[in-house]
Design a protein around this ligand. Sequence first.
Ligand SMILES: [Zn+2]
Ligand SMILES: [Zn+2]
Ligand SMILES: [Zn+2]
Length: 306
Amino acid sequence: MKKVNYLDKFLLKVFILFVFFGSLYANDHPYIIVLGTAQDGGSPHAACKKDCCEELWDNRFLHKKVSSIAIVNPKDKKFWIIDATPDFPEQLDFLEKKTGFSLAGIFITHAHMGHYTGLLHLGREVMGSKNVPVFVMKKMKKFIESNGPWSQLVELKNIALKELSNEQFISLSTNLYIKPILVPHRDEFSETVGYQIKSKKSLIFIPDIDKWSKWSYDIRDVVQKNDYNLLDGTFYNINELPGRDMSKIPHPFIVETMELIEKDKNKVFFIHLNHTNPALKQNSLEHKNILKKGFNITKFGQKFHL
Ligand SMILES: [Zn+2]
Ligand SMILES: [Zn+2]
Ligand SMILES: [Zn+2]
């Protein structure tokens, strides 16, 4: 009887040590955290008097920040933000408080207002940052260097532009990598990229793309090969913007993406939802329908362990 007791105690100690070191290991591992889920203009949207936004203006708790994610590496006590949005001040504050770590760099997808204008906060008028690495593609780099007010960030060395090459991984730490992937989009000022972030697991982030059929990759293969896929969910379907020509602002409708992807639906998380997208509201039929079909909608503060 006594022997069994000792054995029990021994096993319990082993178990506790296992859980303790296991959690240390898990805490040390990089992860992605969602900083915003809405399209460039956020939700509510400037000047929108429609049902989608009207009731939101007086209730700040229901506001949704602009689409952005961060890569957090607890081992080095650093994080990187993908896309500097108009909500950058709050998103940075949230991350600093949540992690206790500091900003190691910013990756930009493209030159539409929801994705890079937050860079202005790094300038002389606000943070007065020193050489914050900003990772961009070639045209985006040229755009920032040659247009005010962005060029001043470069001249005053608030930011240090780092040029990325399509589909070339760069290393952020041991066993933590990121690469840009070109996607078709309305490229007025810059090219547009999505990103793949890889450690033990891999995550795809494509907030903006015209249509899956215009891309060189088959989105079904991409979803299959990656553990988490944060994909453009701007519009739910074609009826969303009455009176506007939706072919001028192409995105894969959520209903199209759901039709296309038959396997691994649980690895898809819609992000970058327009203020008009009914799925932004948790109690909507459209929101429930997405979940019922086995897909997901990203949430603010959601973590993906890499
Ligand atoms: Zn966008
Ligand atoms: Zn609205
Ligand atoms: Zn865009």
